[in-house]
Write a protein of this length. Structure first.
Length: 166
């Protein structure tokens, strides 16, 4: 049985190149992708170049642990260093945000806490799945974004285009 998953993509090292590469890799493994807009934001938690971020939704038959392992491989294939510290520049960051309505801490925390904390995750989630309800706080992403304190993080939509490689 297929599950709907939501994935956060982010990059601040050649970000347009690595977002496009990450999207191509996700398309190869999952097929059709539903994409949010791309948002530019200042680095959070460290001094660094601005990030490009977006959220993607796909359907998969993979289990959570298999999805997480695949994301790690895609990150590494795109130049992400194994063991790199959390708050540092990166070529590609893929995070599993939601796996259907699953609430768990293992093998990863779901839903991912960053959804409620970071504008660069919540705004694209609200755009992509406005009526979807967060499985813990029981509010739609549209409502969560409407109530979010937008003064705490600077974020703006940015032009971006991607198409499937031939």
């Amino acid at each position: 049985m297929s599950s709907r998953i939501y994935i956060s993509l982010g990059s601040n090292i050649e970000p347009e190149r690595y977002l496009k590469s990450g999207l191509s890799d996700l398309s190869y493994h999952f097929g059709d992708l539903s994409l949010s807009s791309v948002y530019e934001s200042e680095a959070v938690g460290f001094e660094g170049s601005n990030f490009l971020n977006m959220v993607v939704a796909v359907d998969t038959d993979l289990r959570i642990a298999e999805v997480v392992a695949l994301f790690k491989k895609i990150e590494q294939d795109n130049g992400r260093l194994v063991g790199a510290k959390k708050f540092a520049p990166r070529t590609l960051d893929l995070d599993l945000l939601l796996y259907d309505e699953t609430v768990t801490l293992e093998p990863v925390e779901l839903p991912r806490a960053e959804i409620l904390k970071n504008a660069f995750v919540l705004w694209p989630m609200a755009e992509l799945a406005p009526s979807l309800v967060h499985p813990i706080v029981k509010m739609s992403y549209e409502t969560l974004w409407a109530e979010y304190d937008k003064a705490q993080q600077k974020l703006w939509p940015t032009p971006f285009s991607w198409s499937l490689p031939c």
